[in-house]
Design a protein around this ligand. Structure first.
Ligand SMILES: *[C@@H]1O[C@H](CO)[C@@H](O)[C@H](O)[C@H]1NC(C)=O
Ligand SMILES: *[C@@H]1O[C@H](CO)[C@@H](O)[C@H](O)[C@H]1NC(C)=O
Ligand SMILES: *[C@@H]1O[C@H](CO)[C@@H](O)[C@H](O)[C@H]1NC(C)=O
Ligand SMILES: *[C@@H]1O[C@H](CO)[C@@H](O)[C@H](O)[C@H]1NC(C)=O
Ligand SMILES: *[C@@H]1O[C@H](CO)[C@@H](O)[C@H](O)[C@H]1NC(C)=O
Ligand SMILES: *[C@@H]1O[C@H](CO)[C@@H](O)[C@H](O)[C@H]1NC(C)=O
Ligand SMILES: *[C@@H]1O[C@H](CO)[C@@H](O)[C@H](O)[C@H]1NC(C)=O
Ligand SMILES: *[C@@H]1O[C@H](CO)[C@@H](O)[C@H](O)[C@H]1NC(C)=O
Ligand SMILES: *[C@@H]1O[C@H](CO)[C@@H](O)[C@H](O)[C@H]1NC(C)=O
Ligand SMILES: *[C@@H]1O[C@H](CO)[C@@H](O)[C@H](O)[C@H]1NC(C)=O
Length: 285
């Protein structure tokens, strides 16, 4: 083989390369994976809306269904996990983050005197979700004999049974000892650390910090890799279980078939690989 032929081969392949690029830039449509506006939030894969009564299948992750019901004349997006409801404030699909507020303390419920009472911990269960790195935990202790010096008294939540105290939990220090204050109930919730700095006087401002909520980052769902790596979207059908929705409108139990475009591009990269190793060998020799 003459030293020029690999280069010649490359030149011949160049038009093919551009054709491949063009084909890949075609927009996929995913007819079964609609984007739906719900109030101020766009619900789109891997989230989906659960309101459709006739829904026998969904395109999205298990547990990522968003309830989009009317409250008055506004649509309120809500997601539920661990048996509790959370108001969806926004979703950032580029960063893979969703911003929520515990429904009980969220801006969509009217809270007397801006003095909300958190009733439960945040239980993510086995969902593919993690708290964002800016998260800080707040631990509420109710009906205590008194509040320790490392906590803030929330006097609007005091009752005859005792005082309500709030501790900003730091991730380094060891567990503080609450036993001596004989509180009746502890609830831990999560907020953005930046909002604690923004509203420093927690005894009066804790309601604002709570209503601004917290952020979660989503990860790939287990068993979804093969589908998403082939440009598919994972979902579930109530009759056949796992479904992979492909951009050409077909469905599959595993991954999507390669489109002409992806097949062409893998053939192309193989040819480039062969010719570049040929060039390399020629240069070494
Ligand atoms: C590109 O999109 C057009 C219409 O939007 C469609 O007819 C065509 O099949 C698509 N091509 C590929 C390779 O998906
Ligand atoms: C693909 O669709 C998005 C939104 O629908 C649009 O902004 C973008 O211009 C489209 N790209 C191409 C190459 O058609
Ligand atoms: C939507 O956004 C507007 C303007 O930011 C705000 O006034 C309104 O309360 C929001 N609606 C909901 C349901 O969050
Ligand atoms: C419910 O699903 C049907 C069929 O997929 C669709 O045509 C309709 O727009 C959906 N309705 C809502 C409110 O999402
Ligand atoms: C699947 O969904 C359809 C439509 O909602 C419903 O009629 C059917 O009973 C469901 N099947 C199962 C096995 O849940
Ligand atoms: C959605 O939320 C509304 C209002 O909170 C509730 O009545 C309804 O049962 C929920 N729907 C589903 C499918 O969970
Ligand atoms: C906050 O508490 C949750 C459990 O409710 C835990 O998973 C998380 O790691 C804690 N976050 C911080 C910053 O300590
Ligand atoms: C929590 O601990 C991690 C690692 O020890 C550290 O990087 C991070 O800055 C800490 N966060 C806070 C809020 O102290
Ligand atoms: C915080 O709020 C309480 C109750 O209104 C008030 O007594 C106290 O002075 C405030 N502290 C600061 C630092 O503003
Ligand atoms: C290119 O060739 C090398 C060895 O010659 C191989 O390890 C690699 O997987 C090839 N890459 C592709 C995209 O075929």
């Amino acid at each position: 083989m003459s030293p020029l032929s690999p280069i010649l081969l490359l030149l011949l392949l160049l038009p093919l390369f551009f054709i491949t690029m063009l084909a890949q830039s075609n927009n996929s449509t995913y007819p079964y994976c609609p984007s739906i506006n719900c109030g101020n939030v766009t619900v789109s894969y891997p989230f989906w809306t659960i309101n459709n009564e006739s829904l026998s299948q969904f395109c999205g992750y298990d547990g990522f269904g968003i309830n989009c019901s009317y409250n008055g004349n506004q649509r309120i997006p809500q997601i539920s996990f661990g048996g509790d409801s959370y108001y969806v404030q926004s979703i950032n699909y580029e960063l893979g983050t969703i911003f929520l507020a515990d429904y009980d303390v969220s801006p969509v419920v009217v809270i007397p005197n801006n003095c909300p009472r958190v009733r439960h911990n945040i239980n993510l269960g086995t969902l593919p979700l993690d708290f964002t790195t800016s998260s800080v935990n707040l631990s509420f202790h109710f009906d205590c004999d008194e509040c320790p010096s490392f906590a803030t008294e929330i006097s609007c939540l005091d009752r005859d049974a005792g005082k309500a105290c709030l501790e900003v939990m730091s991730n380094s220090t060891e567990e503080k000892d609450w036993d001596v204050y004989s509180c009746d109930q502890e609830v831990v919730t999560t907020v953005f650390g930046s909002n604690i700095d923004r509203f420093p006087n927690l005894s009066t401002n804790f309601g604002r910090v709570l209503e601004k909520g917290f952020g979660l980052r989503w990860k790939k769902m287990d068993g979804c890799d093969k589908c998403e790596e082939s440009e598919g979207r994972c979902g579930r059908s109530n009759t056949t279980g796992f479904v992979c929705f492909c951009s050409d409108g077909t469905t599959s139990k595993g991954g999507c078939k390669g489109t002409i475009a992806t097949t062409l591009s893998s053939v192309f990269s193989l040819l480039v690989n062969i010719s570049s190793s040929l060039i390399y060998q020629l240069m070494v020799v």
